[in-house]
Design a protein around this ligand. Structure first.
Ligand code: ADP
Ligand code: MG
Ligand code: ZN
Length: 600
């Protein structure tokens, strides 16, 4: 049996080895056990049920919440030569009837269904008669009310284990939250299932955070440093996605907006372009998310602060799913923190929930303000310990902390003398000696610290205040207008019983394309470009997303190996028998043509 699954891995999917966790899950399912697999986005959950589906002689049902997800997986499987089908509302009735005939003739190995369609009495009865070998529930967190993506239709799936008592069920999700996990196991398996939680590290994603100064200019600098590639720019509001897309377009970068306020057609059109065209940037709200299964997203840029570390992890997880180097860059601004706090407080939720949400947000802010390895912080939040990663901004360029006790005391004093109720903007005006109407009216131009820091820029003072908050020296009134007050720790600092160090504000970081290229290894850019354009041509002809033909990683491997014949071509990572047959000659010809040009 062991050989069978390895053989399928190679001959159907074209991979030489399993990724961490895959084998264990596959074996449990082959033994007929229920499994909950919690693995990060992009770690290869699909193979965990697709391979058992092919080992078993019979039908596997796959439940998936979104048409786009279903369509992508079915297309990918068919390109790999697997008899996969979907029955859903995107197809005509006739097409669905035709599909069902093939299923009934036992020609189909994997059948993709939305939960509500699976759980109709007619479908269940027909499937019981036909016999089902395996049920896979993708995006299983949709069953949990506590999770971020609850879908009432998923609730019905709880009956599956009674309807199909002998069929192993695989539940797959990337949601790390323990509450959600327990909920899934309770609902789907009555509390009993093998749970496998796998590494949350995505070492190929470089992590970076910088202080928000001029977000658009920072974004532009970042994109210039990237030198192309597809990416997502997350924005907090609908309007901001549109402004950002316009701004980028005006600066010569192909960009489209995406948010829930657009018409369905417009949204789908933009999503389709993102999936199929290379080097396209999408400026989106979080509405752009779960359905996006594009493997070669090269960067995720956050213009604004996400809601929690968990949300952040999910969002950056859309980058680099092919395993090739990718970047996640976040801008942190003080106003964003306050906005997020307000969102939580305005939610119609109990105090417990609000407190938990504030704590989740705190964890994210702590991550942003950290001077140490970001990956260590991220992973420790998900319960994994690790070592400095060498692939985050703080590892690459260690932060030099600067002595700042006196500056901190000036800030704390200004806060104290103005009555501990003004926000950061006002305190900064006091320190810089700006005689605003508010300051004059409140006679704050008479406090001792008025104008004491005129020579320092506004941004620098804001960065200091942010770090005083993050370090717990200052507290921000989260419900009101962001008024600052001094904590017990802050009092001690003011008295001189404590010292304070801070990380100075940096100039906009320039990145490092050279460093990225070095990681990929010596690949001939011209060859890679011609392989990509061939892929695009094939994708267009077939009206498919380009990465379904071959992933970026596969093209990189191809360009590095330069196969000269079918046998060598089969050795490229991601080339299985069906793709070798379908695309091998064309790519071999492109590589040969390139080599001829080189010799000329
Ligand atoms: P998930 O569902 O966990 O987010 P997917 O199943 O969509 O991830 O897989 C992400 C990518 O990883 C796909 O491009 C897939 O082909 C690739 N992949 C999966 N397993 C392997 C493997 N063993 N070796 C190489 N690539 C793999
Ligand atoms: Mg998946
Ligand atoms: Zn690091």
């Amino acid at each position: 049996m062991e050989d069978t699954r390895r053989q399928i891995l190679k001959s159907v999917f074209g991979f030489d080895s399993f990724r961490p966790g895959q084998e264990g899950i596959i074996d449990l399912l082959l033994e007929g056990r229920h499994v909950l697999a919690v693995m990060p986005t992009g770690s290869g959950k699909s193979l965990c049920f697709q391979i058992p589906a092919l080992v078993f002689d019979g039908l596997t049902i796959v439940v998936s919440p979104l048409l786009a997800l279903m369509r992508d997986q079915v297309v990918a499987l068919r390109l790999a030569g697997v008899a996969a089908e979907a029955i859903n509302s995107a197809q005509s009735r006739d097409a669905n009837v035709e599909t069902w005939r093939r299923v009934a003739r036992r020609e189909t190995r994997l059948l993709y269904l939305a939960p509500e369609r699976l759980m109709t009495p007619r479908m269940l009865e027909a499937l019981q008669k036909l016999g089902v070998k395996l049920i896979a529930i993708d995006e299983a967190h949709c069953i949990s009310q506590w999770g971020p993506a609850f879908r009432p239709e998923y609730r019905g799936l709880a009956r599956l284990r009674e309807i199909f008592p002998d069929v192993p069920i695989a539940a797959l999700t990337a949601t790390a939250d323990v509450v959600t996990r327990t909920d899934i196991v309770d609902q789907l398996f009555g509390g009993h299932a093998e749970t496998l939680v796998l590494g949350f590290d995505r070492p190929n994603i470089r992590l970076a955070v910088s202080a928000k100064q001029d977000s658009k200019r920072q974004l532009l600098a970042f994109l210039k440093s990237q030198g192309g590639g597809s990416g997502i720019v997350y924005c907090l509001s609908r309007k901001r996605t549109e402004q950002t897309a316009e701004f980028l377009a005006a600066n010569g970068i192909r960009a489209l907006p995406y948010h829930a306020g657009m018409s369905r057609e417009a949204r789908e059109a933009n999503q389709n372009r993102f999936m199929t065209e290379p080097d396209l940037v999408i400026a989106a709200t979080i509405a752009f998310g779960m359905g996006i299964d594009k493997a070669d997203v090269r960067f995720v840029f956050h213009m604004d602060l996400p809601s929690s570390l968990e949300a952040y992890y999910q969002e950056i997880g859309r980058a680099g799913r092919d395993g090739a180097p990718a970047e996640a860059h976040l801008l942190l601004g003080m106003a964003d923190i306050r906005m997020r706090r307000l969102f939580i407080d305005e939610e119609k939720a109990g105090d417990d929930r609000k407190r938990r949400e504030h704590q989740r947000l705190n964890a994210l802010i702590g991550y942003c303000e950290a001077a140490g390895c970001r990956r260590e912080i991220l992973l420790s939040y998900f319960g994994e310990s690790s070592r400095p990663c060498g692939n985050c901004d703080n590892c690459i360029k260690p932060v030099q902390l600067v002595e700042g006790t006196v500056l901190a005391q000036q800030i704390l004093s200004a806060v104290k003398r103005t009555g501990e109720r003004y926000g950061a903007a006002h305190i900064v005006d006091v320190l810089r000696g700006v005689s605003t109407e508010r300051i004059v009216a409140a006679r704050h131009d008479h406090v001792p610290t008025f104008g004491i820091g005129a020579e320092r820029k506004k941004d620098e003072w804001h960065a200091l205040i942010r770090q005083l908050i993050a370090g717990g020296w200052l507290e921000m009134d989260i419900g009101g207008f962001g008024g600052l007050s001094i904590s017990g720790k802050g009092q001690a600092l003011l008295r001189g019983a404590e010292t304070f160090q801070y990380r100075p504000l940096e100039k906009l970081p320039r990145l490092r394309k050279a460093a990225r290229d070095a990681e990929i290894g010596a690949v001939d850019d011209a060859l890679l470009a011609s392989l990509k354009s061939l892929r695009l041509k094939l994708a267009k002809e077939r009206r498919l997303p380009a990465y379904l033909i071959f992933s970026d990683r596969t093209l990189l491997d191809m360009a590095a190996r330069r196969p000269r014949n079918a046998e060598e071509f089969a050795g490229v990572s991601g080339v299985g028998a069906a793709k070798l047959h379908e695309f091998g000659d064309m790519f071999l010809a492109a590589i040969a043509a390139h080599s001829r040009v080189e010799r000329v």
